[in-house]
Design a protein around this ligand. Structure first.
Ligand code: PLP
Length: 451
């Protein structure tokens, strides 16, 4: 509970913070949780309270909060060469090595990499690349971007326009030319009597109808998260990517996989597109790329887009885009270590080992009469609260019920995320079975308390 003394951490946080993506009534009642340090999958607040972070920070701290190899990689690189950009024909040796590594671990046989500081900027960058390409290839009208209702692609003006959430209307977004098609969540959007296969076919047919209505020659690209993360861990309906990719191919529309959450192991394979068995034209990466130890994003272009965008750049002698810290050597050194840690120190393997227990825990809690559905893949999952399980009727309001569950979890020393009416879980990859037991015991207690 909050400490209201004027010099308390909670009061100081209130006085100087503009809280983003935060339920303000909860803050007024409870105060911010001010953290000082972490150990493994746990974080500790200024009052010495310990929390199991079933959120991995924000999906990203997959190796926990104190991985010695990652802090050492950062220290070594800070000592050697603390910062440099990747422009004007200069870049660090770490940047070169990371680009090689990213292409090597990507599903592409070859490709090119561009660095940003965040996932939002990586999506923004990809959109600008597609617009650049359209202009260079004599099709400047190819500017529209298609994404899905409920998707999350970031917060910059462009990536927020891509995001399919109604809350962006407070900013007057989306910008013109950003189109949102159906969300492939069968449990929520399947019609009465419609099989999952029929639902998937309808998603593809609706996408094609929309492309035709807009004019195929006006569309620059289609972006999709292999699993919608901030949309509440929406696992696509069966065969979804196999159904939509031929539609996109028919009209020459690139498919960009936004793997900011799903990249580097979260779904049980290195990439979500491998788990769902499709080959995108480019991958957007961030978060796990540095295991959360440095802000970094990357666009990884597959061979076709890499060749075409490179040719377009050569034609005008420059691709005029980039950030001061693009390809930062410390970020690249950490990313090289993080990829090694996830892929070669048993973390990716641990995701696969823990998945059955993780899913069994959700399945067990979904017996609660107010949990309508559990869903997930790998170590990402969600429990959807409903007022009436038979009719799938949601509770009134958007966040309140999941916010109450999450707040109760916090009181029990567990951090999990309310998203819409779902409670989202994405524990760090270093978790053990005992951590999962703790997670589900605490969440189960919270559900009993709230319902
Ligand atoms: N894309 C996806 C799928 C995300 O989940 C996020 C963030 O959660 C982003 C993009 C934006 O990344 P960032 O917050 O680093 O800008």
């Amino acid at each position: 509970m909050r400490d209201d003394a004027p010099n308390s951490w909670e009061s100081r946080a209130d006085a100087y913070s503009l809280y983003g993506f935060t339920d303000l009534p909860s803050i007024v009642e409870r105060g911010a949780v001010v953290l000082t340090h972490g150990k493994g999958p746990y974080v500790f607040d200024v009052h010495g309270r310990q929390y199991l972070d079933a959120n991995s920070g924000l999906w990203n701290m997959v190796a926990g909060f104190d991985h010695p190899g990652l802090t050492q990689a950062a220290k070594d690189q800070y000592d050697k060469f603390p910062g440099y950009h990747a422009f004007f024909g200069r870049m660090s040796d770490q940047t070169v090595m990371l680009s090689e590594k990213l292409v090597e671990v990507s599903p592409f046989e070859r490709g090119r990499v561009f660095y940003t500081n965040s996932g939002s900027e990586a999506n923004d960058t990809m959109v600008k690349m597609l617009w650049f390409l359209a202009g260079a290839e004599g099709k400047p009208q190819r500017r529209k971007i298609i994404t899905r209702v409920n998707s999350y692609h970031g917060v910059t003006a462009v990536s927020a326009s891509m995001t399919g959430k109604p809350y962006n209307s407070v900013f007057g977004l989306p910008l013109p030319g950003f189109i949102h098609v159906g969300c492939p969540h069968y449990w929520r959007f399947g019609k009465d009597g419609e099989t999952e296969e029929q639902f998937t076919a309808r998603m593809a047919a609706e996408l094609e109808a929309r492309i035709i209505m807009e004019g195929p020659d006006t569309i620059a690209g289609f972006f999709a998260e292999p699993v919608m993360g901030a949309g509440g861990v929406v696992v696509p309906s069966k065969g979804y990517f196999q159904a939509i990719q031929p539609v996109l191919k028919r009209y020459g529309i690139p498919l960009i996989a936004d793997e900011v959450i799903t990249g580097f192991g979260r779904t049980g394979n290195t990439w979500g597109c491998q788990t769902f068995d499709f080959m995108p034209d480019a991958i957007i990466s961030s978060k796990n790329i540095t295991a959360g130890f440095f802000p970094m994003g990357a666009v990884i272009l597959g061979p076709d887009l890499a060749d075409r965008i490179q040719a377009a750049a050569e034609a005008v002698e420059e691709f005029p885009h980039g950030f001061t810290a693009s390809g930062h050597p410390v970020g690249c050194a950490i990313a090289l270590k993080a990829i090694d840690v996830v892929m070669n120190e048993g973390l990716a393997e641990n995701v696969r080992t823990l998945t059955p227990k993780f899913q069994a825990g959700m399945e067990y809690l979904a017996q609660n009469p107010n949990i309508g559905e559990w869903r997930g893949v790998g170590l990402m999952g969600a429990l959807e609260a409903v007022k009436d399980k038979a009719t799938k009727t949601p509770f009134p309001g958007t966040l309140s019920v999941s916010e109450r569950i999450a707040n109760t979890c916090t009181d029990h020393g567990l951090i999990c995320r309310p998203l819409g009416q779902a409670i989202v879980l994405c524990p760090p990859f270093i978790c053990t079975e005992a951590h999962l037991d703790e997670l589900f015991n605490k969440l189960g207690d919270a559900l009993k308390q709230v319902f």
